[in-house]
Design a protein around this ligand. Structure first.
Ligand SMILES: [Zn+2]
Length: 463
């Protein structure tokens, strides 16, 4: 029997394109199937043919619905994959929103390239289509937390809550006839965050793939206090508070905090707009999946409360409703995607309001290299949008503390759940720097054998 291996096909040395191939000699299974995002050189990798002919992958096990972990599924299906795609029930429902939306974006980009004539390919083809996304959705096989299931004839998997977004899970993989267990953290969430349960520990693994997005950071003590301060200051400036945020997860979390802060009288009652066609559906999925709710969320739901609605709450669903927000003057909160301002409606709001010194832009998520969000975070005075440089006179504030990713201390806290150290730990899902920092701490404090995963390398799942 050959020794089983895992090969890092993405999210090694970068935070996107999460894709790890587990090969047992009998089966080939992808852990995650994410899209590369951010820098152009990364995005171009989405166009590379898959490592194997697509029909040679036996199955995909997805950790959670974020596109950098799931967005390659329609592309894999386009290449001919027809096997089962495992995920939790909430992840399945979120993918029904996210995959067609991401594919639609690809189609739009191809159309735009054809219209402008700047593609080298004539005509420019989309990476995948909405039809591919629906074909991928037809392959979904939802599996609940805590119940071990067969992935292939020789691989069994178990999901546990990761506390990162609704449906997010860690994965353990057991290989038949092989004593070594592989564990994959997926993206780790945090303790005591709204709505979701805390991350659940894994007790035993021989090889661990551990995310290190914020392996070099320490989130502040109470981000909600900071959020309240930013909202009050933004109201005092008299302009819009624009929060680039993903429609799924981040938007619901922000609305939860704003509602609570209003109830506590910590912020003024302002009109709050969720400018997203997906926000209503995503909120509905969040309300429906009670298996993913913590005690407080359960209590709000049981009392008939609206967990994600502030006092003056509005949703702009259609494009016309979105455009009408341009006429709003005075203090107003606009939450709109994408979270790194790479596309979506938020770019229109930034284009209009960045030159206005009364505007506040609040960045609440990880801003990857090469994104507009990162440029704003780094204090650029001009940002390119719609083919021209737009001056930045707005105030730009970053709040790391609201991140959906565990920081260094929280990663270490999750690792405490292991009864013995894994033989080897590979750090994935981080930009250079964060992984090395976490490696240093894990080596000196825990004495674990750990190093960053190298892009494309294949490592054995033995002792
Ligand atoms: Zn994620």
């Amino acid at each position: 029997m050959p020794i089983p291996t895992v090969r890092f096909l993405g999210a090694a040395g970068t935070v996107t394109g999460s894709k790890h191939l587990v090969s047992t000699g009998k089966s080939q299974v992808l852990l995650d199937c994410g899209l590369f995002q951010g820098l152009k050189a990364l995005r171009q990798r989405n166009w590379d043919p898959p490592l194997l002919p697509a029909d040679e992958f036996d199955a995909v096990v997805v950790s959670h619905a974020h596109i950098d972990h799931s967005g390659y599924l329609p592309v894999l299906v386009r290449h001919g994959f027809q096997g089962p795609i495992y995920c939790t029930p909430a992840t399945a429902d979120l993918l029904k929103l996210l995959l067609p939306d991401a594919a639609h974006l690809q189609e739009e980009q191809a159309e735009y390239a054809n219209y402008r004539g700047f593609s080298r390919h004539k005509p420019a083809l989309p990476l995948c289509t909405v039809e591919d996304a629906h074909a991928a959705l037809a392959l979904l096989q939802p599996r609940p937390y805590g119940k071990t299931f067969d992935v292939t004839s020789d691989l069994r998997a178990t999901y546990k809550p990761a506390g990162h977004i609704l449906g997010s899970a860690t994965v353990t993989l057991d290989i038949e006839g092989h004593a070594h267990r592989l564990a994959f953290s997926g993206d780790l969430g945090r303790w005591d965050r709204p709505v979701l349960p805390d991350p659940v520990s894994i007790e035993e693994a021989d090889v661990l793939l551990l995310e290190a997005t914020y392996g070099n950071r320490h989130h502040g003590p109470d981000p909600v206090d900071d959020l309240a301060r930013v909202v009050r200051e933004a109201a005092n400036r008299g302009g819009a508070l624009i929060i680039p945020a993903f429609a799924v997860g981040r938007t619901q979390e922000l609305l939860w905090h704003l509602r609570r802060l209003e109830e506590q009288g910590a912020i003024p009652i302002l009109p709050v707009y969720a400018d997203s066609p997906m926000a209503i559906e995503a909120t509905d999925v969040y309300r429906r999946h009670r298996e993913d709710h913590d005690e407080e969320m359960t209590a709000v739901m049981d009392s008939g409360g609206k967990p994600f609605a502030t006092r003056q709450f509005h949703v702009a669903k259609s494009r016309q409703e979105s455009v009408r927000l341009n006429d709003l003057v005075g203090p107003v909160v606009i939450i709109s995607a994408s979270g790194m301002a790479t596309g979506g409606r938020v770019v229109h709001h930034l284009n209009l309001r960045l030159p206005d010194s009364r505007t506040t832009v609040l960045l609440v998520g990880f801003q990857a290299q090469g994104t507009r969000g990162r440029q704003l975070q780094e204090g650029r005075r001009e940002v390119r949008m719609f083919g021209r440089e737009v001056p930045v006179r707005a105030r730009v504030v970053s709040l790391d503390g609201l991140s959906a990713h565990a920081d260094q201390g929280e990663i270490l806290r999750w690792l405490e759940g292991f009864r013995r150290p894994p033989h080897r730990t590979y750090l994935v899902h981080s930009e250079p720097g964060a992984a090395e920092m976490l490696q240093g701490v894990m080596t000196s404090q825990l004495k674990w054998t750990v190093r960053p995963a190298q892009d494309g390398e294949e490592v054995p799942l033995g002792a």
